[in-house]
Ligand binder design. Structure first.
Ligand code: KIV
Length: 263
């Protein structure tokens, strides 16, 4: 995918969109070679790569550096960059500065969580030529307010509120919407209610597309195993075993071998 019109086309044609997170040039290049539709430089980078306990620690500088690396790895792909915690809550001016820096670093669009209280900011970003992807349901930047990482929109009242927010984002000009950890029926209702595509994570199969955190998909953690994230590789064990073999070879003088000596 190259532009937001491709998202609209995919939604219209009923072609599922496959999105994955990427934080560096190496994984961006691999994802592009694999035919992934678009990349998300998620603020999950703060947890997955930088080892923080939550996404609140992602900063504009961190997001800009990772976005630039991803762009270098995948010059042709559509890249969405997360707006870090609070950067879109201080008013349109701060949001425009941060979104501008992300776009200059190579983002094709920005993603921000929620909508209530920052409607004017979304409008200003879109009106300034910056494509906005919404994010509703489990919004990790609000983990402390939500009381943990838990499914959202279970009650009729919460579901109605989410549907209203989804319609608001569409009306404000968002080109797509991430729905994280909401019940399958609510994700289906939102997808049917909207003309823009929905990208689900932990929200069942009936959204317009899916997004997964690359490290979950590759099984790179031995601790974090969300049920909704299918592991396509037991990456943690594979990488650990490779490293063990390497260090054993060094200790037992099996590396380097004759053919690995340059001259
Ligand atoms: O930061 C992130 O990785 C995300 C996805 C989980 C949607 O926002």
């Amino acid at each position: 995918m190259k532009g937001i019109l491709d998202f609209a086309r995919a939604r219209r044609d009923g072609r599922p969109i496959g999105m994955v997170t990427s934080y560096d040039a190496w994984s961006a290049r691999l994802a592009a070679q694999a035919g992934v539709d678009c990349l998300l430089v998620g603020d999950s980078v703060a947890m997955v790569v930088h080892g923080f306990a939550d996404t609140l620690h992602a900063t504009p500088e961190m997001m800009v550096a990772h976005t630039a690396a991803v762009r270098r790895g995948a010059p042709e792909l559509f890249v969405v960059a997360d707006m870090p915690f609070l950067t879109f809550r201080k008013g349109p001016e701060t949001a425009l500065d941060v979104a501008g820096a992300l776009m200059r670093a190579g983002a094709s669009a920005v993603k921000l969580e929620g909508v209530r209280g920052h409607e004017r900011t979304v409008e200003q970003l879109v009106g300034s030529g910056i494509p906005v992807m919404g994010h509703l349901g489990l919004t990790p930047q609000s983990v402390h307010q939500l009381g943990g990482y838990r499914v959202q929109g279970r009650s009729a009242e919460d579901a109605a509120r989410l549907l209203e927010d989804a319609r608001t984002l569409q009306a404000l000009g968002a080109f797509a919407l991430v729905l994280e950890c909401v019940p399958e029926q609510l994700a289906t209702d939102a997808t049917e209610a909207l003309a823009i595509p929905t990208i689900g994570i932990g929200s069942g199969p009936r959204t317009s597309g899916q997004v997964l955190v690359l490290h979950d998909l590759l099984g790179l953690s031995d601790e974090f195993r969300p049920r909704f994230a299918r592991r396509y590789l037991e990456g943690h064990a594979l990488v650990r075993d490779a490293l063990q073999r390497y260090v054993t070879d060094v200790r037992e003088a099996r590396f380097p071998a004759r053919e690995e000596v340059l001259c």
